[in-house]
Design a protein around this ligand. Structure first.
Ligand SMILES: [Zn+2]
Length: 171
């Protein structure tokens, strides 16, 4: 997890960005998160009702700080998408938690920031979303959550759009 603040630090230090270009997210509300996660999972995760097996599966010991961090991370991805729509481009120094499913976390992913953001964006009519996932693993959680949103998946690239002609396919 230390990589995230370090990326931010080096972006500033190496003058890739300036402080004026930095936006700070709000914590993702439970309501926002519920577009990709079940009420039960969110209640259990937020309140620390997480057993040993579930913690092993995610790779994280539960803490309030972990919950806060994941919620800010998801808020950051949503904010980056909103800023990108206004300005043409934006990046988040965290996120990409593509192994989180609606009702469980997995593989260091607890809240699926990509699916939450895609669902949030495509709730507006005629809006299309493209997720380019360059991780070495397939984004199984993202694929699962977005399978009913007319989403096509090709290897590590996920194309989400509102057109009903796009197949739901995992290759
Ligand atoms: Zn992965």
């Amino acid at each position: 997890m230390n990589k995230f603040p370090r990326v931010f630090h080096f972006l500033l230090k190496d003058q890739v960005i300036t402080e004026k270009q930095v936006w700070y997210p709000e914590i993702a509300s439970k309501d926002l998160l519920s577009c990709a996660h079940t009420e039960e999972y969110l209640d259990n995760f937020i309140n620390g009702n997480v057993n040993e097996q579930e913690q092993r599966r995610t790779g994280f010991s539960w803490s309030e700080g972990l919950v806060r961090r994941c919620r800010y991370e998801t808020g950051g991805t949503v904010l980056a998408a909103q800023v990108a729509l206004q300005r043409g481009l934006a990046c988040s120094t965290a996120g990409g938690t593509h192994h989180a499913f609606p009702s469980f976390g997995s593989g260091f992913c607890l809240l699926n920031d990509l699916a939450v953001t895609a669902k949030y964006l495509i709730s507006s009519p005629k809006r299309k979303v493209l997720i380019v996932d360059l991780d070495v693993h397939q984004g199984d959680g993202t694929a699962f959550i977005l399978k009913r949103n007319r989403v096509s998946l090709h290897s590590r690239c996920i194309v989400g759009k509102t057109s009903p002609s796009v197949n739901n396919r995992v290759t």
